[in-house]
Design a protein around this ligand. Structure first.
Ligand SMILES: *[C@@H]1O[C@H](CO)[C@@H](O)[C@H](O)[C@H]1NC(C)=O
Ligand SMILES: *[C@@H]1O[C@H](CO)[C@@H](O)[C@H](O)[C@H]1NC(C)=O
Ligand SMILES: *[C@@H]1O[C@H](CO)[C@@H](O)[C@H](O)[C@H]1NC(C)=O
Ligand SMILES: *[C@@H]1O[C@H](CO)[C@@H](O)[C@H](O)[C@H]1NC(C)=O
Ligand SMILES: *[C@@H]1O[C@H](CO)[C@@H](O)[C@H](O)[C@H]1NC(C)=O
Length: 194
């Protein structure tokens, strides 16, 4: 009689967990979901998701004294690297955040060679309001051909500011940015690791 209880409980718990995860993954859309193709003139679909040009995302403010666009028709590691926005001075992307808490921040860098631009020697630093994400990064000192960085950041305000800072006599650039809220750690992790 004593052994009956766990036998009955386990399927019930499993069914409940399964039901909850099916329901959540089916309806899960991040509340904050910025997929930004920096400097691009058109939307870019990458891994089934659509990255919108940084000039077309209305809840995003680009604060910059001066920026130029770099783009390439030659082969790039993936479509997301086809364009970049290049800054001659510190510049910020300011995202409106609807849900405070954990967010993924993902940064994509590829040193495009487009007319008048060689980003290979650029050296840059990236900071948020509270964190330093990259310090003096340059492809000059890096073995890879492109750089993808991913951070889980706790956003504790209704905005998130990403600031790109060129080192002296250099430029800063970025090809794409994602800022995505993690509503439930478990489900978003599952989703994004697929
Ligand atoms: C890419 O190709 C298009 C059309 O062939 C051309 O108009 C554009 O200037 C090219 N861009 C670069 C960066 O070479
Ligand atoms: C870069 O590659 C070279 C040769 O392949 C290697 O000797 C060097 O340690 C690498 N540097 C880094 C930072 O991984
Ligand atoms: C985020 O930071 C706030 C304020 O420090 C804290 O109350 C909250 O628990 C943190 N959330 C996560 C998911 O770490
Ligand atoms: C970054 O580079 C600048 C000069 O370009 C230098 O002053 C600074 O110390 C460097 N920072 C780090 C953490 O290496
Ligand atoms: C960077 O440039 C500023 C202004 O020109 C100068 O004051 C500063 O000393 C420079 N820093 C480095 C590390 O060269």
């Amino acid at each position: 009689m004593v052994k009956m209880k766990p036998v009955k409980l386990v399927p019930l718990v499993l069914a409940f967990v399964l039901l909850m995860s099916l329901r959540s993954s089916a309806s899960f859309t991040p509340i904050d979901n910025y997929l930004i193709a920096c400097g691009s003139s058109k939307s870019i679909t990458f891994q089934g998701r659509t990255f919108v040009p940084d000039t077309q995302q209305s809840s995003l403010v680009l604060k910059s004294a001066n920026s130029v666009v770099a783009s390439s028709n030659s082969t790039v590691p993936s479509p997301i690297y086809q364009s970049a926005r290049v800054f001659e001075a510190a510049a910020s992307y300011k995202f409106k955040i609807q849900q405070e808490g954990r967010h993924w921040v993902r940064l994509y860098f590829y040193p495009l060679t487009s007319p008048g631009q060689n980003l290979e020697s650029a050296q840059l630093t990236v900071v948020t309001d509270n964190f330093v994400l990259l310090t003096n990064f340059s492809f000059k000192n890096y073995n890879g051909s492109y750089l993808f960085k991913e951070y889980a950041i706790n956003v504790t305000s209704d905005t998130l500011t990403l600031t790109l800072i060129p080192s002296n006599n250099s430029v800063a650039f970025v090809n794409a940015i994602e800022v995505v809220s993690l509503f439930r750690m478990h489900f978003s992790l599952t989703r994004h690791m697929l």
